[in-house]
Design a protein around this ligand. Structure first.
Ligand code: EPZ
Length: 426
């Protein structure tokens, strides 16, 4: 079994460059299905989720070439059947974007029910509500969702819940529908805007992405395009939180500072210095960390995908902090892991009360999901001793070259192979 061995105590210094946004890439790659030409996608993060979604398209008949570490060229013309293979699809929740893309292209789609991280119920009723408004019917049987429609007609859709996935999926299905679609109560995350910009670069007519009302005028054809994905707001935030926890002085390059505003504001509240440049932020923590309160909300609120990472910083901040999870039902499963290190956290439903401690001790740690795994690295960086972090496949789903990037900043982290009897360094 592979683990990360992280030894605390090193301050972080130097520079790190942020990769393309995972949550944009896993929607933009399926969106290529809608194109009648070849697409070149740049700044694609080299992570497991991207490899998986690209291999699903390939299994369906697309021609996928990796031109270099961060550039994919995809020709979707070989896709003739709108059925996504169960074996691959069931591993990744974001594979549900294939529903919207295949429905938009073929007027029918068959995709396995979503899997993904385990922090509470992850329904797709709003996705299906959007498809139904466009004229599509759906049925679920033996683990597959089937949607189909004679034709897709633009409609006025009000999402009951602010949902990133539903907003993206309705955009995909409506891009080539007849007439105009309006999505109200739309999610406003940076990756929503990135998908809309990509679709528009192919010839779509989508306005208002990034606000809560998105207007889509369907077009008959979408052409091949070349597009570069935005930097990953959450990867950047994760490294900012790591500097806050371990201390040090790091330049985080290839970011869009506007996407980091809520994270920067919270870190400054905690006494961390953040200097903003055109496409970089410099993060310094020399003194004591102060407590602060966080409520996660849809963008532009504090991102839920940064909640575990910030908790991993607050466990050593002076005073008591309150963290409220405003998006997911149960995103505190990782707290038990931090308690093993000596953290003082009490959780009641969707609220965690964190009492800062002076000392954390290394411990074996599990990654209960992608961002919780990142939080374990952050906590281990500020603990005494060496923590072995398990289930690192979750972390590698969303963080490119995570060991190399942390090591380049001076962190003592290495990948180790362990069997029941012995351990050796990779
Ligand atoms: C996306 O998930 C992200 N995943 C998640 O990031 C992120 O936590 C989430 O958005 C919120 O920002 C990807 O983009 C691949 P939602 P998604 O639909 O689209 C409820 C990560 O770490 N809801 O915005 O699945 C839902 O239960 C991952 O990168 C419905 O009720 O999230 C939740 O409470 C983890 N019905 C809330 O809405 C629906 O049909 C927000 O979910 C859909 C969602």
């Amino acid at each position: 079994m592979e683990k990360f061995a992280v030894t605390g105590g090193n301050r972080l210094s130097g520079e790190v460059s942020i990769s393309g946004a995972k949550n944009a890439a896993v929607a933009i790659i399926p969106a290529v299905v809608l194109s009648d030409g070849i697409c070149r996608i740049e700044n694609v993060p080299n992570i497991a989720d991207v490899t998986l979604i690209a291999s699903i398209l390939e299994a369906m008949g697309a021609d996928v070439k990796r031109l270099n570490k961060s550039t994919l060229q995809i020709d979707p013309s070989g896709i003739k059947t709108p059925v996504a293979s169960y074996e691959l699809v069931r591993h990744m929740r974001a594979s549900y974007y294939l529903l919207g893309a295949l429905l938009g292209k073929f007027h029918r789609a068959e995709v396995a029910l979503p899997g993904g991280c385990d922090f509470g119920v992850r329904p797709i009723d709003q996705h299906l509500k959007g498809f139904a408004a466009l004229g599509a019917s759906h049925n679920v049987s033996n683990g597959m969702i089937r949607v189909k429609s004679e034709k897709l007609l633009g409609s006025h859709i009000y999402l009951d819940v602010v949902s990133v996935g539903a907003t993206m999926n309705v955009m995909l299905a409506a891009a080539k529908a007849e007439g105009r679609t309006i999505i109200e109560n739309a999610a406003k995350e940076p990756h929503i805007v990135d998908l809309a910009n990509f679709l528009n670069s192919m010839g779509a007519d989508i306005r208002g992405a990034g606000t809560d009302i998105i207007k889509i005028r369907g077009v008959s054809r979408l052409n091949g395009a070349a597009y570069s994905i935005i930097p990953d707001q959450i990867e950047a935030g994760t490294y900012m939180a790591a500097v806050a926890a371990a201390g040090g002085d790091v330049l985080i390059k290839n970011v869009i500072t506007k996407h980091l505003e809520s994270i920067t504001a919270k870190l400054r509240e905690m006494g961390v210095e953040v200097e903003e440049y055109d496409d970089a932020v410099r993060v310094r923590r020399t003194g004591e960390l102060r407590h602060c309160n966080i409520i996660t909300m849809p963008h532009p609120g504090f991102p839920t995908d940064m909640q575990p990472q910030m908790a991993a910083v607050l466990i050593k901040a002076k005073g008591t902090s309150i963290v409220k999870e405003g998006v997911w039902d149960n995103r505190f499963k990782y707290v038990d892991e931090l308690r093993r290190m000596g953290a003082k956290i009490s959780v009641n439903e969707k609220t965690a009360v964190i009492e800062g401690v002076d000392v954390l001790n290394a411990s074996p740690l599990k990654s209960t999901d992608l961002r919780a795994g990142a939080a374990m690295i952050i906590a281990a960086l500020s603990a005494n001793g060496t923590s072995n972090i398990e289930d690192i496949q979750y972390i590698e789903r969303g963080y490119e070259d995570v060991v190399e990037k942390f090591r380049s900043l001076g962190a003592d982290i290495k990948r180790i192979h362990t069997t029941e009897t012995n351990t050796q360094t990779a």
